[in-house]
Design a protein around this ligand. Structure first.
Ligand code: SAH
Ligand code: F3S
Length: 433
């Protein structure tokens, strides 16, 4: 009988894909199948995130409870960015942990489970040409990695220290994976990388020059690929060629993530983001002109060290001008191994909380205006998941989440949907064709 593995996945889409890769390897090479019950599992893995501090505290309390309630003899492993960052310290603090596997060492999962107390966290390890076995959590939407690591050095961000330098995955491997996934039924390809539009910066072997724009062109030529999304692009690399391809290629979904971080050029400089407020506004304006129905989402950090009230107001200024469809906002959290952690001009915690609350309130009113505008409009929706209450949910090509009352036969198909009720998180619609 197969053994079972329970994996809890925290953090970003890249982690979700790493989890799928681990399940695939464990299934093909070790006869494990996935379970959602940690108490009966033979192997428990937490695939961690270390971008902000809170999940790190949570990790140890969770590990403790997994250990307490696990089946006798079950193994516990820690993988992902916190594994890369804390390494053997995890086993020192929680001695019952059996192995620690870094975010850039996922391909070694089927070996490490046999090595007691092993720690493999080499951030120079090159997995870019590793042919992972197949497993996908969703049949409709396929995550495909296009690069690993990140070559930027944003001063607040720990990721380059946990996922290492950027290496692009060979174009042929990506195209093959897109073909395989869509021939197996997926309609949507979701390309993943920390900085997707820097694709082609470095390959591990000899490789023709292919940049992100060219990669998008080639993927869109695959017949079975119906929709392409990607995350995350970097505003610095949004050149005209890329925006033009984004605008004219019908298979590319008209939804762009543009992580702003701050609207103040002075803070952006301290963050080493490589662009100014003006550049960001110029790119967003150009994008809206070229693709009038585009939805733009962003990430913002408030209370970065040295952020004055004026700096903060510049961020609000950009929000007012761009009118983001969705904003993921965070209070700055100092991370070890980063440059910003050495900065001594911290913003008081209370001021940070006030700014975050103000910013979120501001965005909520923008979001409400935008979503109210959807009422009565019709969108082409790709249905991908079941929701409570007899709903099936999907997204329009410009990323509006719409659910309709329907049965499961709708999953995996496209339909024209009219929005009949709007809400901040999702819209309710009815199928008209
Ligand atoms: N390149 C990746 C970035 C991963 S981190 C991507 O674009 O997805 C995701 C977001 O977390 C960042 O865009 C940033 O807004 C936020 N973040 C990163 N480090 C942070 C820190 N030290 N404190 C608060 N938020 C942070
Ligand atoms: Fe982090 Fe900046 Fe890279 S946010 S992942 S260092 S682009």
């Amino acid at each position: 009988m197969s053994k079972t593995v329970f994996i809890e996945t925290l953090g970003c889409a890249m982690n979700e894909r790493d989890t799928e890769h681990m399940i695939a390897e464990l299934n093909a090479k070790e006869d494990y199948v996935q379970t959602d019950d940690s108490r009966t599992a033979d192997l428990i893995i937490i695939n961690t995130c270390s971008v902000r501090e809170r999940p790190v505290h949570k990790l140890f309390s969770e590990l403790g409870s997994f250990n307490k309630y696990k089946k006798l003899g079950a193994k516990i492993g820690v993988t992902g960015c916190t594994a890369s960052h804390l390494g053997r310290d995890i086993i020192k603090r929680a001695p019952y942990v059996d192995f620690v596997l870094g975010a850039r060492n996922v391909s070694k999962i089927s070996e490490i489970i046999h090595k007691p107390k092993a720690v493999e966290i080499d951030i120079d390890y090159d997995e870019s040409q590793f042919a992972f076995k197949e497993f996908r959590g969703s049949v409709n939407k396929a995550f495909v990695n296009i690069s690993i690591g990140c070559d930027k050095a944003c001063t607040f961000c720990i990721v380059p220290k946990t996922r290492g330098d950027e290496i692009s995955i060979p174009t042929d491997l990506i195209l093959q994976e897109c073909e395989r996934a869509t021939e197996a039924g997926a309609k949507e390809i979701f390309l993943l990388g920390q900085n997707v539009n820097n694709y082609g910066r470095r390959f591990s072997g000899d490789h023709e020059k292919v940049n992100f724009t060219e990669l998008l062109r080639r993927i869109s030529k695959i017949d079975t690929v119906k929709r392409i999304r990607f995350t995350s692009p970097h505003p610095f690399h949004m050149d005209d060629e890329f925006l033009e391809e984004f605008a004219k290629n019908d298979k590319i979904c008209k939804s762009m993530h543009m992580p702003l971080q701050s609207g103040s050029s002075a803070i952006l400089k301290m963050m080493k983001r490589g662009y100014t407020k003006e550049w960001f506004l110029n790119r967003a304006k150009k994008l809206r002109e070229m693709v009038p129905n585009v939805s733009i989402s962003t990430d913002i950090i408030v209370a970065f060290p040295g952020e004055t009230q004026e700096d903060f107001e510049e961020t609000i200024d950009v929000m007012r001008e761009v009118r983001f469809d969705q904003v993921f906002s965070f209070k700055y959290s100092p991370r070890p191994l980063t440059e910003a952690a050495e900065m001594t001009n911290e913003v008081e915690a209370e001021v940070g909380s006030e700014r975050l609350a103000y910013l979120q309130g501001f965005q909520n009113s923008v979001t409400d205006e935008i979503t109210n505008g959807h009422l009565g409009k019709t969108f082409e929706v790709f249905f991908e998941e079941k929701r409570d209450g007899g709903f099936i949910a999907g997204r329009s090509d410009n990323n509006i989440l719409i659910k309709v009352e329907a049965d499961e036969s709708l999953l995996g198909s496209f339909a024209k949907v009219k929005v009949i009720k709007t809400g901040r998180m999702s819209q309710i619609g009815e199928i008209i064709a």
